[in-house]
Design a protein around this ligand. Structure first.
Ligand SMILES: *Cc1c(COP(=O)(O)O)cnc(C)c1O
Length: 357
């Protein structure tokens, strides 16, 4: 059988969740499990995250999957509902909505009594400068005052555009707007921290924090590694050596013959490619790890195979090669690929076999 495997380390996930608890001891934790738990597979991740206070997802289908698996914690739809007919299901399955525009308010009000009777909170989204979703100041203050007067329990919600960047001027502006609205609508619960903000601004934890990437043991920062943040990678992505070749100086490897050996080399062919979710375009040299030793990926990534340099490395047929995991960090593969760990994790294909570590 072709070996291309995604191992999920549930203990690492629990370790990272505990890191969030240490960093935000007084806040409730809304574990973000959108996009199939950032590509890790929602079922294995929910089992490891069962002590979380709540879950966050991007759509009703993702929320229903959590309910079908039997989890009863609150769930927040971070973009709210996309059509009025979803409100019925939201209420029946006890799912909480973000509201970020007038139509969502109308849908909510049409089901006001049932929504409140189910004990569901309304997450009112502030647009403080990211300019994707939300009500701006001062409109949001009226929206919240009205919702509260109608009997809704509200959470003021906001998302930073640059929480991963030091000294971006928008950070201060977004913080100030959030604090202003929170004060103008007091008393009200608040939530504005993703992973980067949890790690940087403990004073902004408020009532609910919303960790995503840090739970999975990847870094939200370009300049801080998971080791520095004391997080453990949850996913290990591996494949196997399926062929070994000796090539001579001047010979080329793979599609496009983009790599030409400048000396005699020993190559291993590994059963992984972009058909598995391994990226193809590498502006920088990329590496894999074999028994803790990093070695170069050679030539183009194909749909099902890559070539790696095993000159001087003991890697017989069947050797397990780590594409990313605890030795070769997904963050470093992402950097070589010109992207972020989030993207590589989320775009895993369904082909690799998934196992618990
Ligand atoms: C995805 C998401 C998060 C989590 O962000 P990370 O950077 O992965 O921690 C938090 N809040 C909202 C609204 C999100 O959409």
């Amino acid at each position: 059988m072709r070996q291309a495997t995604v191992y999920i380390d549930q203990e690492a996930l629990q370790y990272n969740l505990n890191r969030v608890k240490q960093l935000a001891p007084t806040a409730k934790i809304v574990s973000m499990v959108k996009a199939n738990a950032y590509g890790h597979g929602v079922e294995a991740c929910l089992a490891a995250l069962s002590s979380t206070d709540a879950f966050g997802v991007a759509c009703l289908e993702e929320a229903l999957e959590i309910r079908e698996l039997g989890y009863e914690q609150p769930i927040t739809l971070i973009e709210g509902i996309f059509s009025g007919d979803e409100m019925q299901i939201v209420i029946e399955k006890k799912i909480e909505c973000v509201v970020h525009h007038q139509q969502q308010l109308d849908w909510l009000r049409a089901h006001k009594d049932a929504y409140i009777a189910q004990g569901l909170k309304v997450w009112v989204k502030l647009n403080s400068g990211m300019n994707r979703l939300g009500f701006k100041v001062p409109e949001i203050i009226d929206v919240i005052h009205q919702l509260k007067a109608e009997g809704f329990t509200c959470v003021l919600a906001m998302h930073f555009a640059n929480a991963d960047a030091d000294n971006h001027p928008l950070n201060e502006q977004q913080k100030n707007q959030f604090l202003h609205v929170k004060e103008a609508c007091a008393p009200i619960m608040g939530s504005c921290c993703n992973s980067a903000a949890i790690l940087k601004w403990p004073e902004l934890n408020f009532d609910f924090v919303r960790p995503g990437i840090m739970l999975y043991g990847a870094t939200p920062f370009a300049d801080k590694s998971v080791e520095e943040l004391d997080l453990k990678p949850v996913m290990t992505f591996t494949a196997e050596v399926i062929a070994l070749n000796t090539i001579q100086a001047g010979e080329a490897v793979g599609y496009g013959s983009t790599f030409v050996a400048d000396k005699d080399m020993y190559l291993a062919i590994v059963s992984i490619g972009y058909g598995d979710g391994y990226p193809r375009a590498f502006p920088k040299q990329n590496y894999v790890a074999i028994n803790g030793q990093q070695t170069r990926v050679i030539g183009r990534v194909a749909m099902d195979m890559i070539a790696i340099d095993v000159t001087g490395i003991d890697a017989p047929l069947g050797t397990e090669v780590e594409l990313w995991g605890k030795e070769r960090l997904v963050d470093d593969v992402a950097e070589a690929n010109g992207t972020i760990g989030y993207e590589l994790l989320c775009r895993m294909s369904a082909r690799p076999v998934r196992k618990l570590a």
